[in-house]
Design a protein around this ligand. Structure first.
Ligand SMILES: O=c1ccn([C@@H]2O[C@H](COP(=O)(O)O)[C@@H](O)[C@H]2O)c(=O)[nH]1
Length: 236
């Protein structure tokens, strides 16, 4: 399984059926994008859909954001590894014991394991949302705290917004992967995302991978939208 950075675009397949997801996937080129399967599509279509994407040559980020006790979460990431996914994630707020248990379980599987990353602060959240769950201070400060915990637990990187990327690259080092949703080309609708950035600015800020859903999947011409973003990203 490849651990190279390219392709750096991860298309979020947020569709209500495998039929709709595959209708788009069958137009895509695995050398130009990776694919993300999240909660909606996985709950509807399950492991068979992930296997179908792998069989088409795509590397899959299984974005189920596990958050549970260490034993349960470690078993869940091992199940993801059995599925042959390229990347899997947990919530950093699950804490040190949970993240270490997940990392150790994946390491016990040998070299050919998925990348393991942790979600810091959802890109849909701003300062008021954090305050609503009892966290005072800026999203940036909370992202930095959780990224440090994640790196100390030996994980491969974090999900954050591209706005935090320059700080995290300086604090955590170049090898610590930054996976950034909340990517919005200038013409795209912000939707429920709060901490956003354009594809070009995100790459310049230090994002390793751009997670992009609706600006591609809901576009009148999804393939054209992906091509345009791909062209932007490779020329940065
Ligand atoms: O902090 C996070 C973590 C995950 N996501 C996921 O990324 C995509 C973004 O989709 P858009 O349509 O481009 O907004 C979506 O699947 C989320 O579940 C995130 O947005 N923010």
């Amino acid at each position: 399984m490849s651990k190279t950075d390219n392709p750096r675009i991860i298309v979020a397949l947020d569709f209500p059926s495998d039929k709709l997801a595959l209708a788009l996937v069958d137009q895509l080129d695995p050398t130009k994008c990776r694919l993300k399967v999240g909660k909606e599509l996985f709950t509807r279509s399950g492991p068979d859909l992930v296997r179908a994407l792998n069989a088409r040559g795509f590397e899959v980020f299984l974005d189920l954001k596990f958050h549970d006790i260490p034993n349960t979460t470690a078993a869940a990431v091992a199940a993801a590894a059995d599925l042959g996914v390229w990347m899997v994630n947990v919530h950093a707020s699950g804490g040190e014991k949970m993240m270490v248990a997940c990392r150790e379980r994946l390491e016990s599987l040998g070299q050919d394991r998925p990348l393991l990353i942790a979600v810091t602060v959802l890109t849909s959240m701003g300062p008021e949302d954090l305050s609503g769950i009892g966290i005072q201070g800026s999203p940036e400060a909370q992202v930095s705290r959780l990224a440090t915990l994640t790196r100390n637990c030996g994980l491969d990187g974090v999900v954050c917004s591209a706005q935090e990327a320059p700080t995290l690259k300086a604090e955590q080092g170049a090898d610590f992967k930054l996976i950034t949703p909340g990517i919005r080309p200038l013409s795209a609708d912000k939707g429920d995302q709060q901490r956003i950035m354009t594809p070009t600015d995100a790459i310049r800020a230090g994002s390793d991978y751009l997670v992009i859903g609706r600006p591609i999947t809901q576009a009148a011409d999804p393939l054209g939208a992906l091509e345009a973003i791909h062209g932007e990203v490779v020329s940065v």
